[in-house]
Write a protein that binds this ligand. Structure first.
Ligand code: GAR
Length: 195
């Protein structure tokens, strides 16, 4: 079973969807660690309730990104983590983590990348007046929401939509699609490594 860590900064509804899929047996993964960079994030309470170990750090108490990522790598190695799943982790991944986990970090972003990268992708799409937006799951590289795209799902923006309603529909879709795509990825890797 793939040993994974989930990284999150906020509410953690995607973290919860991943946990639920593991519990339901539809995602074959072992969640070894939650990594969080916000001490007050609700995702920490979710992890506690699910009895998943979390590592929470305050970036400000480290000299620089390399220093806190070295600490993260130490934590990941101590738990034998093989693969990193970003789920609302609002920080760019630096070279320290990228070198340790080449092609083993994925992210979910609430837009059809390369459109609307960065903060508040849903608000950006809403304000731009596009008819269709969606979600993207992609491998992580050094850029902001860049890296090879693995899967995308389109979500229509309806005539009477509000930003909040759109966000609700995108997040509902994320909770279904992210665990499914992770399962497909892990199964593919398993069949490649057994040949
Ligand atoms: C999700 O919608 C995710 O796509 C987005 O943050 C939200 C986290 O929600 N990620 C990004 O914008 C990454 N650039 P959650 O904490 O409830 O899972």
């Amino acid at each position: 079973m793939k040993k994974i860590a989930v990284f999150a900064s906020g509410s953690g509804s995607n973290f919860q969807a991943i946990v639920d899929a593991v519990k339901a047996g539809t995602l074959e993964a072992d969640i070894r660690l939650l990594v969080c960079d916000q001490e007050s994030a609700y995702v920490l309470q979710r992890a506690e309730k699910e009895k998943i170990t979390s590592f929470c750090f305050s970036p400000k108490s480290f000299h620089d990104k390399a220093a806190f990522e070295q600490e993260i790598v130490k934590q990941l190695k101590s738990k034998d983590v093989e693969f990193i799943v970003l789920a609302g982790y609002m920080r760019l991944i630096g070279p320290t983590l990228l070198q340790e986990y080449p092609e083993a970090i994925v992210n979910i972003h609430p837009s059809l990348l390369p459109a609307f990268p960065g903060i508040d992708a849903i608000g950006q799409a809403f304000d731009a007046g596009v008819k269709v937006t969606g979600l993207s799951i992609h491998y992580v590289d050094a850029g902001m929401d860049t890296g090879p795209i693995i899967a995308q799902k389109e979500i229509e923006i309806l005539e009477n939509d509000t930003r909040d309603r759109l966000q609700e529909r995108i997040q509902q879709a994320e909770h279904i699609v992210y665990p499914e795509v992770l399962q497909q990825l892990f199964m593919k890797e398993k069949s490649i490594s057994s040949h």
